[in-house]
Design a protein around this ligand. Structure first.
Ligand SMILES: [Mg+2]
Length: 124
């Protein structure tokens, strides 16, 4: 199986367990790669560490499926907290919302407050 794992809102929610998932699936002979809508200049320590182990692809806000087709690889299983971004380009407005959410999330965590998930936050 060729598996695409999303980064923001998926891997980032529990890196320790996703690392176990990645190791386990690699060991079983599957391939796992990160396909993120970030641009390459938005990489961070965590993505750099992942890139030592598995391919990391940056679509730069482009929909993930057309990106994969264009690059010539086939994904069997998509794991993504926002499945619409497999098919749709990210609109800047959505990206702005997501960045705003990250600011809220870090502030709430720093203050020890309950942290709403992204969809809860969007609907509040
Ligand atoms: Mg995501």
């Amino acid at each position: 199986m060729n598996i695409s794992l999303d980064f923001d809102g998926t891997y980032t929610e529990d890196p320790q367990h996703w690392n176990q998932f990645i190791d386990s699936f690699l060991e079983a002979g599957h391939t796992v790669q990160i396909i993120t809508m970030r641009a390459e200049h938005e990489t961070n320590r965590s993505l750099k560490d992942l890139a030592k182990k598995i391919p990391v692809h940056f679509t730069d806000r482009k929909a993930k499926l057309p990106y994969a087709i264009e690059k010539g690889f086939h994904i069997d299983v998509w794991i993504d907290d926002n499945p619409m971004w497999i098919y749709q380009d990210a609109k800047q407005e959505r990206v702005d919302f997501y960045n705003e959410y990250q600011i809220y999330k870090h502030a709430a965590e720093a203050l020890g407050l309950h942290v709403k998930n992204y969809n809860e936050w969007l609907n509040s």
